[in-house]
Design a protein around this ligand. Structure first.
Ligand code: URA
Length: 238
């Protein structure tokens, strides 16, 4: 790969900024300055950018505690996106694995690993997703039974059996945890709407073995640990 492409792929700057820096002698390759942006590099080369070693990262994986009000997209001309919140990213090709509604909070995996994303989202894999949900009325045990049997949401969509655990049920407001095994558009909100309830707050707690690290706080992110990543890969092999 060309040196300027390598550096811009690793997030050192735009292609033209990187070319300019190389020409000004700011980049060393295996101990000597290089001035040609087209110089070829490979993974084993040591590239130093303005005194900082730049290692080749193929894949990046971040857990984001998505706050409400942010778009689940990679880029948007006007609005801030979940990928914009990952301020320490090196790769520019990151995207969210699946989408949470703008007003939904909680766990979102941000990566550039298309194969893992594809498997996590594939309807064949039935990856469980846990949500904490608040609604504007009472949640009943009968409702939990209907969810478990596979709720007919509308003429086109009957949900797969889902587990509804009631935390608190009141006439004005109830709280529950819901586990679903697919990821249809607005699925949780539509399931409750089919029961005559409006979701007033929604937060994703987990996706497969990956659990939201609450200590991140809203808008916080961190790289996945080796164990978390291995857990996701293991699940996808099964
Ligand atoms: N279900 C919804 O309705 N919204 C989300 O953001 C996620 C699941």
């Amino acid at each position: 790969m060309r040196l300027d492409k390598f550096l811009s792929d690793m997030g050192a700057g735009t292609r033209s900024e990187v070319k300019d820096a190389i020409r000004r002698g700011k980049v060393c390759l295996n101990g000597s300055p290089v001035k040609k942006p087209e110089t070829q590099v490979c993974e084993s080369d040591v590239v130093i950018w303005d005194g900082t070693p730049i290692t080749y990262t193929v894949m990046e994986y971040y857990m984001l505690y998505k706050p409400s009000g942010i778009l689940s997209a990679s880029r948007d001309k006007k609005a801030e996106t979940v990928v914009d919140l990952i301020t320490e990213k090196r790769r520019k090709d990151l995207f969210p694995v699946g989408r949470l509604d703008k007003d939904t909070e909680g766990l979102l995996l941000i990566t550039n690993d298309g194969a893992l994303s594809h498997r996590l989202l594939s309807p064949k894999h039935h990856v469980p997703k846990d949500y904490y949900v608040r609604v504007d009325g009472s949640i009943t045990e009968e409702m939990a039974v209907r969810f478990l049997r596979g709720l007919e949401v509308d003429k086109e969509f009957t949900a797969l059996p889902a587990k509804l655990q009631i935390i608190r049920s009141g006439e004005e407001e109830s709280e529950a945890e819901l586990t679903i095994y697919e990821g249809k558009f607005h699925q949780v909100k539509r399931m409750f709407a089919a029961e005559g309830l409006t979701v007033t707050y929604l937060k994703r707690l987990s996706m497969g073995s990956l659990k939201l690290d609450e200590s991140l706080g809203r808008g916080g992110f961190r790289a996945l640990t080796k164990e978390e990543l291995a857990g996701l890969y293991k699940e996808m092999e099964a």
